[in-house]
Design a protein around this ligand. Structure first.
Ligand code: ATP
Ligand code: MG
Length: 563
């Protein structure tokens, strides 16, 4: 894990250490300005959460500001559906941009004027080569590029052509605007990068006002400077773009925003590329952007993850300067940590096996008043019925138990949580020979779950009263991919081949009645089984629960299994 990697200086990551140093050298922290710049071409995922927590977090910690800026310069893939969803998700995570909401498309005029300035200064030209010709003349890492035959156009001719590009006189691809830098630069990005291209496509905000659109490298730094961003934080793949970022701001004489790169989050067992997430959704491999198996913020939220847990996760992974993969189990650890403190505990049986207590009076129902937070003094209680017919978990019974199985077996006594000691006296089978019911006896003296003679039992089972229980659909999830790195597939295969075909199992479970009262998004612990969240698919009388996570890490459960 990368957590400690860059925490060398006083427990701070390298970005915070650098800001502290700047402050020692006179930087006024109240002028600290960051931004979160999503492109509205997909939904946010847990990797974006890392960037959101960093950018908004720095502003909070240092008393600066953080802008939300939609980087909407590619009309082909962007839409206001995504804009809306991204705003909701940032808010849900617990951050606020106040009145600092911006769109790169609002700067189209500013960006255009800056381009004219570059042209007049002889620092940009209109190139009329095809896209393919431009690509082929760019050179390689070992070979310099070739200058375009149009590179020598006069400023007047360039200005005329560029204005006509804007006016819509040319077809897509007829011309582009390029910076005039150095076709022999060791950094390929500096070999006369394209700044503008023609695209006759309406934009989700500017409509059909523009038919030329700026490229990322051009618009990003100017937008940052426009907003007086002091710390422009982006992921490592933009390291080589820093040179053009600086070149443009310097040559345009703009505010000196500075770019710093950090490692992007990779999470084991899943994919965090928008393109792949879009593919999973659009090809129907999952049910939608909020499928509870996805690492999207919507998916995690529907699964039952809390904003607190995700923010905790982001702070634990820290800020490294080298790419690494974080274990999915760390995310699960964080949600357990949070829900262990805040989720009420009730009883549900996922694989019901009927138990009849033959010496319990027929028709009698005892309503126990049970604490919702057994580890706290306060926190309220609920009423839980106990009767002659119960359900217990099928896996809590074994007819011929091995040595380490301490739960229910023929002739053995166990405790029913909060209720009584019971002993299994008989097993009933169905036509196929399967155990279909257990007949037990109870000790009326053990009410509350303690025998007055102090005798011990080795295990405690959860249960629900059969005639009172609510039926619910419970969805159990496993990892969406079978590989830690879903892209690590053999030649000719894709990440889709690594999809786990058994990542969703739906069960018909039995709940104690109080559980049916929880509304959508409620998170609860089913005792002994894990944390669950009420899904939005629930209908009156028909609750649906998602399992968020088991109580313990699966490897820990297998390694240290106790009854
Ligand atoms: P694409 O995959 O299309 O390049 P993206 O994932 O970079 O898109 P953006 O909308 O450009 O998506 O991202 C907004 C911000 O979130 C950027 O600053 C980006 O660096 C950051 N970000 C995206 N993915 C991650 C990640 N996995 N870890 C950390 N930050 C990320
Ligand atoms: Mg991006």
């Amino acid at each position: 894990m990368s957590a400690a990697a860059d925490n060398a200086s006083g427990g701070k990551d390298f970005i915070r250490a650098r800001i502290d140093e700047q402050i020692r050298n006179g930087f006024d922290p109240s002028t600290l300005q960051t931004r979160f710049p999503p492109e509205p071409n997909g939904y946010l995922h847990i990797g974006h959460a890392k960037s959101i927590c960093l950018n908004f977090g720095l502003a909070e910690e240092y008393g600066g500001r953080c802008n939300l800026r939609f980087d909407d310069t590619n009309p082909v893939k962007e839409s206001s559906e995504y804009v809306k969803a991204i705003m909701e998700d940032v808010r849900w995570l617990g951050f606020s941009w106040g009145d600092r909401l911006f769109y790169t498309s609002d700067y189209f005029e500013v960006l255009y004027e800056a381009a004219e300035k570059l042209i007049l200064d002889g620092k940009a030209y209109v190139d009329s080569q095809t896209q393919e010709e431009i690509r082929l003349s760019r050179g390689t890492l070992t070979e310099a590029g070739r200058e375009s035959p149009y590179r020598g156009r006069s400023a007047r001719e360039n200005l005329d052509l560029f204005r006509r590009m804007r006016a819509g006189e040319f077809q897509d691809g007829a011309h582009v605007l390029r910076a005039k830098i150095d076709m022999a630069s060791p950094n390929i990005i500096m070999r006369d990068p394209v700044l503008y291209r023609i695209r006759h496509v309406p934009h989700h905000r500017s409509g059909d006002r523009w038919v030329i659109y700026p490229m990322y490298d051009y618009s990003h730094c100017i937008s940052d400077a426009n907003e007086r961003v002091t710390h422009s934080l982006c992921t490592l793949e933009f390291e080589n773009n820093r040179e053009i970022y600086d070149w443009l701001l310097e040559n345009l004489g703009l505010f000196p925003s500075r770019q710093t790169e950090f490692a992007r989050l990779n999470l084991s067992g899943t994919v965090l590329s928008k393109r792949k997430l879009i593919q999973l959704v659009s090809e129907g491999h999952v049910s939608g952007w909020d499928d509870p198996r996805l690492p999207t913020l919507r998916g995690l939220r529907r699964r039952g993850y809390t904003p607190e847990a995700i923010r905790d996760f982001c702070s634990r992974i820290g800020m490294a300067r080298a790419d690494s993969r974080v274990e999915y189990s760390l995310l699960e650890f964080c949600i357990r940590e949070h829900l262990n403190r805040v989720a009420p505990r009730l009883m549900a049986v996922l694989h019901p096996l009927k138990v009849t207590i033959e010496n319990y009076p027929e028709g009698l129902v005892e309503w126990f008043d049970l604490p919702l937070y057994p580890e706290r003094a306060a926190g309220g209680s609920r009423r839980t019925p106990f009767s002659r017919e119960l359900f217990i978990e099928r896996e809590d019974f074994m007819e011929s138990p091995p040595a380490k199985f301490f739960r229910l077996a023929p002739g053995r006594e166990v405790r029913l949580r909060y209720a009584y000691y019971i002993t299994c006296v008989r097993v009933i089978r169905d036509a196929g020979g399967q155990v279909s019911e257990l007949v037990c006896v109870y000790d009326p003296e053990s009410r509350g779950g303690e025998a007055p003679d102090g005798r011990k039992v080795r295990s405690t089972l959860h249960w629900v009263s059969a005639p009172h229980c609510a039926k619910a659909e419970v969805r159990l999830y496993d990892r969406l991919f079978t590989l830690d790195d879903p892209d690590d597939v053999p030649e000719g295969k894709t990440f889709l081949d690594a999809i786990n075909p058994d990542s969703l199992k739906a069960l018909e479970a039995a709940l104690e009645p109080a559980l049916a009262e929880y509304g959508a998004d409620s998170r609860v612990q089913f005792e002994r089984l894990g944390y669950f969240c009420v899904d939005k698919d629930s209908a009156p009388g028909r609750p649906v629960f998602n399992r968020i996570v088991e109580l313990r890490d699966s490897w820990a459960r297998i390694a240290g299994r106790q009854s």
